[in-house]
Every structure is written in structure tokens, then in C-alpha cells.
Ligand binder design. Sequence first.
Ligand SMILES: [Zn+2]
Ligand SMILES: [Zn+2]
Length: 265
Amino acid sequence: MSDAVLDLVDSHCHLDRLNLDAYQGDFQAMLDATRAEGVSRMLCIGVDLETFPNVLALAEAHDDVHASVGVHPLYKDSREPDAATLMALADHPRVVAIGETGLDYFYAKQERDWQRRRFIEHIHAARDTGLPLVVHTRGAKDDTLALLREHGQGRVRGVLHCFTEDLDMAEQAMALGFYISISGIVTFRNAEALRETVKQVPMERLLIETDAPWLAPIPHRGKPNEPRFVAHVAECVADLKGVPVAQLARVTRDNFYTLFSKAAV
Ligand SMILES: [Zn+2]
Ligand SMILES: [Zn+2]
């Protein structure tokens, strides 16, 4: 990690699910360490409605934490999210996005109809609130793009988070007004194809994230991830783009506030 303190944004993390063993369970100590590494903003992502109050409480308690509301395609919820419910929950100053939502055909071979129905509700909520959509997509390229086109009606912007798909998908999503968010996967030895894709995506469309507590970047791979490790993602992506890490940090931070404009001060 470089010595100069950067100004970094973690555009996608799950602060309510972190493993805090390294901080003896002290959330504030984790937050202090994160800020000391130069992370100035974190978007804490909701994955179901049951635990959304925890996500919102963190965003209400900390000025540098914002929240999103949605139901992850691999999470079962006791309440089926409909667009009206999502919109009502998003009507809060600390909630800046709808999601995460989307389609995951890689881990869930069944239940595709159900995933599509839920994704459509989220797209409608994003369209009608004007809030950006945080999309999780894996092995579902055609359906993801088709539903965004059909139901977004040109009025939904957002991000394909933890992107691992091909350049063609990135380009089609960018044409719809989407950003591409890169996680610690980009540092993995076997991620050569993703690194090639990152080289082709314009910096003005890139975001960086940890997706903590999952997917810790090298050199922390296999250990619990946390937002301060976004610096490793920044360094790897800056390398691929051939720019100083401070520049990559600045551009991805600006991109974050352009997309998540409700988080801008
Ligand atoms: Zn995800
Ligand atoms: Zn996530």
C-alpha cells in the first residue's frame, strides 16, 4: 500500500456483515482504521428487507456511510419486495440507491423466473424514484440486459457491481448509462480476462469496491475483507490504466458522486 493517503470511496460493501475479529469486535475501531487509510465514503448495500434496518442504522449513525435498499438475487426474504415497498424505504435522506438486485444464474440454477420477477420490481423502483440501480449479475448476461432495456425504458442508470462478465456486456451496459464496478477479484491470479476488460473500460465509467466481507483482494485473499482494502483494488486498477493511483482514486470518487448524486454534499 502506498504511503500517500488517498481519498477513496468504497462503492459497495456490507458493513453490517463484517467479521470484526481483527478489531476485537469493535466496529468503531474498524471505521477509524478505514478512515486512516483514506476511505472517505462507503456505500453500505442492503441484501434483504429483514436486515435493512441494520444497514440504515449505520448510515444514520455515520456521515461517511450511505445505504441502499434491495433484495439480493440469492437471498430469500420473508417479504417479497415490490416496487412500492422499495420506493417507500428509499424515501430517506441516507438511502441513495436501489439494490443490490439482479440475476445470478451461476449459483442459482433454479428459481430464474422468481429472480426475474424480483429484478423487474427493483428496476421499476429505480425508474420511478430516479435513484441508481445496483446490479449483481452472474452468468445472466442476456436476461440482465434485456430486462434493463425493457423495464428501464431508458430511464434507469446504475452500476454492474463486482463485474466479472465480458467486455461486450460492459459496453452494452455502458450504452444504457451504467457504470462498471471492480472488486478485489481483479487482483486474483486467475482474473486475466477481467484485467483485459478493465483496460478497455473508460476510466470515466469505473467504480471500485470491496464487496466486504467477501472477496478480499490480494494480499488478503482468503481472509475477511474490509473497506480499507479498497486501496488494493485502486492500486491494481490504476496499474492497468497506467495512471497514478491518486488519479484513479479521484476519478472513481467523482464517478461515484455523479452516479449516486444523492450522496454528494
Ligand atoms: Zn453482489
Ligand atoms: Zn454485495
